[in-house]
Design a protein around this ligand. Structure first.
Ligand SMILES: [Zn+2]
Length: 684
């Protein structure tokens, strides 16, 4: 299944980089661009920028760059066609598929990840069909959901389902559809067990109502399943809730139940309600409170908090009305504070959870209850601890230690001050005593961080000592790796198989790649500059490059695109390449045309040298031209060397003559380049 080029361009044109990125990050406008902390590397101050006018993003910290499609690919871990489909879906664009390709081959190319995702999608649809059409599904599953008050639209929205009380039902039906046992197992849907020398396999989920877990992009990555058997009928091995194991697509610590359905509303309301169970999330949605997610029973992880922080800085934790559960979760909340988020807490009346309470009091009263009883978390915790210790002095000291610990996690100094004041009043102690305690914790933490920082700096210095001097231009585009040149995939163009180069040639290819990169960069950045009268730089460059043969697939593709557009009379620049290029090309184009001034200057300071800014220079075209000639010279020299080696072999007369005449031609070319460039070219 391939998407036609036409569809591809339509999707790329329609996708708005700002809208696409905002589904995942909160952006702040500064000047022409929008900024956020980069989702692709860890940082405290934003260096990830989105340029809506150009339709691109670029991180000045780690060099991640691309357009809407590339962003979706990287943030969701999707393949190129998957990312296109995601965007087509978002913008309701119908995709035209190119069916001329061989679908078997396409299937074979699917990565394990994709296969597991397809498997999960099938399972979700299958379980859902059982719920709505199967006799047992209707009698047991549907009636359970109805009992909980879930409406049909709600059931659809969350894709709920039912699994039959049968050891092989899903397995049989999936295999019939062409899924392999291996994928079923990798997806965690069947369990394989060795027993007495033979393998037994059976469905993981049997006789349960199914809650599919979606990722941010709305793909099913796991299931939560609740048994329908009463306590007394359940054996020890059958827990009430059963979850998918971790898999290629499911990392438990980075997922929150309901995030897909909640993310837009979380951003709109600038707040996220955090509950414990699947049914809490679903009930609240149905009651019109859509900014709610669940940690599904596990204690909160940093990954989960970061997931929420993409959309808001405010979390309200909803607690069931029993103290034991609350105490156990307090530690997780300190993690949220550490992320600089504002945390509030709501406790439901004794014996109630969000699900039961909303059904009891109704939507309106429920919303009012949330408004009125939400308490700032530190105050909430202080009151809770205080209520427990009563007047016992020793336990009171412990409680104070705990609350100071929590306060010290708050990154904002002013907020810390306010909390300290307030807690001093609550505990009825001198505010200075509390302050001193908190300062102690902070100083210790600071000392540790300082030590770490020193270590980092030392390591950085060590690295820069051994680093080579900076080139004329510093950019983010690394040399292609050896693997790049031996990877057959990158040599497929227009479905034609091209031979990959031999290993011994790879060193040379890597060097040439630098030259090719520079040619492409000059073309993209300064191609339309006038160099002599009406002659543009690209005319010069292309004429010269024609003599060379590009070897690095991606640069060859870029050059070909450039030439094709030129022949059609199109004025080519970076935006043309971004519109029509593959994700690989898009990333390269952005990184080649955006300068990294910061790094350049750091280099300069570190090595006490002045880095020329090429855009300051009037001599740019001349420099570029000379640069090309220099590269060309090296290229021709290598060809000559190759012929020399070939001539050493025993050859037929005809073959030898052919080689000799080629040798002569190249020698003359070499001479010509040398004199033309006016450079004294050494014999390296
Ligand atoms: Zn980054």
């Amino acid at each position: 299944m391939r998407i036609t080029k036409q569809s591809e361009i339509q999707i790329k044109d329609r996708a708005d980089i700002l809208e696409v990125v905002q589904d995942f990050l909160s952006l702040k406008k500064k000047g022409q661009n929008y900024w956020a902390c980069c989702p692709f590397h860890n940082e405290k101050s934003p260096s990830f920028s989105v340029a809506p006018a150009k339709g691109i993003y670029k991180c000045f910290g780690c060099g991640a760059a691309g357009d809407s499609v590339k962003f979706v690919m990287d943030i969701e871990g999707l393949s190129y066609p998957e990312a296109l489909k995601y965007l087509a879906n978002k913008y309701s664009i119908e995709i035209e598929e190119d069916t001329s390709g061989n679908t078997d081959e396409y299937k074979a190319q699917q990565t394990l990840r994709e296969s597991v995702l397809i498997m999960m999608q099938f399972a979700q649809r299958y379980y859902h069909k059982l719920l709505t059409e199967d006799e047992d599904g209707k009698a047991l599953g549907m009636s359970y959901f109805k009992e909980r008050g879930f409406s049909l639209p709600t059931i659809e929205k969350f894709g709920l389902g039912f699994s039959k009380d049968d050891w092989h039902d899903l397995e049989k039906n999936a295999v019939k559809e062409g899924f392999t046992e291996e994928i079923l197992e990798k997806a965690g849907l069947i369990i394989k067990k060795e027993e007495n020398g033979k393998t037994n396999q059976y469905d993981r989920f049997r006789g349960r109502v199914m809650f599919p877990v979606y990722d941010l992009a709305g793909k099913v990555i796991a299931f939560g399943a609740r048994t329908l058997k009463k306590d007394d009928k359940r054996g020890q091995a059958e827990p009430k809730y059963l979850n998918s194991p971790e898999s290629e697509v499911y990392k438990k610590s980075e997922v929150l139940y309901g995030i897909f359905q909640a993310k837009n509303e979380i951003r709109n309301q600038d707040n996220c309600y955090l509950t414990e169970g699947y049914t809490d999330v679903i009930s609240l949605h149905q009651a019109g409170i859509a900014n709610v997610v669940a940690s599904s029973g596990t204690s909160l992880t940093e990954g989960q908090i970061k997931l929420v922080k993409r959309f808001t800085d405010n979390i309200t934790v909803l607690y069931d009305g029993d103290n034991a559960g609350i105490k156990a979760s307090l530690r997780g909340i300190d993690l949220i504070l550490e992320q600089g988020m504002n945390v509030r807490a709501v406790v439901f009346p004794q014996g109630e959870d969000p699900d039961s309470y909303v059904r009891k009091v109704g939507n309106f009263a429920f919303k009012e209850f949330l408004q009125e009883s939400a308490k700032d978390f530190i105050t909430f915790k202080a009151e809770l601890l205080l209520g427990e210790v009563k007047t016992e002095p020793i336990r009171k000291a412990g409680a104070i230690r705990e609350i100071t610990n929590s306060i010290s996690k708050v990154p904002d100094a002013i907020k810390r001050e306010v909390y300290t004041q307030h807690c001093a009043e609550l505990f009825n102690i001198d505010v200075h005593i509390l302050s001193v305690e908190i300062d102690k914790i902070l100083i210790n933490k600071g000392l540790q961080e300082q030590k770490q920082k020193k270590e980092d700096i030392r390591r950085e210095e060590e690295k820069s000592k051994n680093a080579p001097p900076p080139p004329f231009y510093v950019d983010d585009v690394p040399l292609p790796t050896e693997e790049y040149f031996t990877d057959k995939e990158v040599y497929y163009t227009n479905n034609e198989e091209v031979e990959t180069p031999a290993r011994k040639d790879i060193k040379y290819l890597q060097t040439i790649a630098v030259h090719e990169k520079e040619c492409v960069r000059l073309l993209l950045k300064y191609g339309n500059y006038l160099v002599e009268g009406e002659v543009k730089l690209w005319e010069y460059l292309l004429a010269e490059i024609d003599e060379l043969q590009f070897h690095t697939p991606v640069y060859l593709q870029m050059l070909t695109m450039y030439k094709e557009a030129i022949t059609q009379g199109i004025k080519v620049d970076d935006s043309h390449m971004i519109r029509y290029g593959s994700p690989e090309i898009v990333e390269k184009v952005i990184n080649l045309t955006t300068e990294k001034y910061q790094i350049s200057e750091n280099w300069g300071i570190m090595h006490e040298i002045v880095i020329p800014h090429e855009s300051d220079s009037d001599k740019l075209p001349e420099t570029a031209y000379k640069y090309i000639l220099k590269h060309k010279y090296k290229f021709v020299k290598n060809l000559l060397k190759n012929i020399e080696t070939q001539l050493e072999e025993e050859l037929g007369e005809e073959e030898e003559n052919l080689l000799l005449s080629e040798y002569n031609r190249l020698s003359m070319l070499k001479q010509q380049i040398a004199s033309e460039s006016g450079l004294v070219i050494d014999s390296d």
